[in-house]
Design a protein around this ligand. Structure first.
Ligand code: APR
Length: 249
């Protein structure tokens, strides 16, 4: 009886884990009116299937980025750190800015977890390493690689929405600081406009020490600007898409 119970549980767990991701991936991909979603899925899968889930480096996703490259959207690119919900609520309603999660690969994988296993050709969606459990996990490496690819094509005036309710809005361990800012290139990118989102009892303003570090880290030739904007103002702009974007901050 114990053996049978174990076998049934194991089968159900495997069933539960297997191929949960593909339909979501394909569904979300098709919303971008592409006819190569199956192909993109196959290339994606190759990055992590059959591998130890702590040994998937960023480079494993190079073929995926090549299959579905990021196009530059000069003057409309929006980077962010610690403002996930607010920034996406904003970009969802308005066309003036696009985040990684509004583009194909970011949108397809946003909020999902996946990994493989040595000796298996399956995709698992549970029992995968957490973000910080090991550096080279499939999820973290994907976001690092996608963020790098997006930053590589950053052009014109670029915006970053940072969180003014924390003492270190430009945190060295964030993807924005550790990957994206390092790849901004002055030959393509003219300026970085920081939108520092503040609340009524703001703890941080544009004179913040971490923002001085940000300025120093920018490629010489990229201009810098910082504007303090209340969360209320951004919400007003999200709720009133008819307002011109230029009036939001
Ligand atoms: N555990 C789990 N997920 C994490 C963790 C963590 N410790 N850290 C980051 N993430 C994932 C989550 O999905 C989280 O919502 O990354 C997202 C953003 O994390 P933040 O620290 O808020 O921001 P940052 O690391 O700077 O990444 C955002 O990278 O995604 C790109 O282009 C995008 O500019 C944006 C930047």
């Amino acid at each position: 009886v114990i053996m049978i119970t174990l076998a049934v549980t194991l089968t159900l767990t495997l069933r539960h884990n297997t191929d949960q991701l593909k339909p979501i991936f394909i569904d979300r991909c098709k919303k971008f009116s592409r006819n190569d979603c199956e192909k993109i899925w196959d290339v994606f899968k190759q990055a992590y299937v059959g591998k130890d889930p702590c040994e998937v480096p960023m480079e494993a996703y190079d073929p995926l980025i090549a299959a579905a490259p990021f196009k530059p959207h000069c003057n409309r690119m929006m980077f962010w750190s610690k403002t996930k919900n607010l920034v996406h609520k904003f970009t969802e309603k308005r066309d003036c800015f696009l985040t990684l999660e509004d583009m194909l690969l970011g949108s397809v994988l946003d909020g999902l977890t996946w990994c493989g296993k040595e000796g298996s050709s399956e995709t698992f969606t549970t029992g995968c390493p957490g973000w910080s459990e090991c550096e080279n996990n499939p999820v973290r490496s994907f976001w690092n690689r996608a963020s790098a690819a997006l930053a590589d094509v950053a052009c014109g005036d670029v915006t970053a929405m940072l969180n003014g309710s924390i003492t270190t809005p430009f945190s060295p361990t964030s993807v924005f600081a550790s990957i994206e800012v390092k790849r901004f290139n002055a030959t393509k990118m003219k300026r970085l406009n920081v939108v520092l989102v503040t609340q009524t009892n703001a703890v941080t303003n544009c004179t913040n020490a971490s923002l001085k570090d940000l300025r120093k880290e920018l490629d010489k030739g990229i201009k810098y600007n910082c504007t303090e904007v209340t969360e209320f103002q951004i919400e007003e702009c999200s709720n009133h898409p008819e307002k011109p974007c230029g009036s939001c901050w």
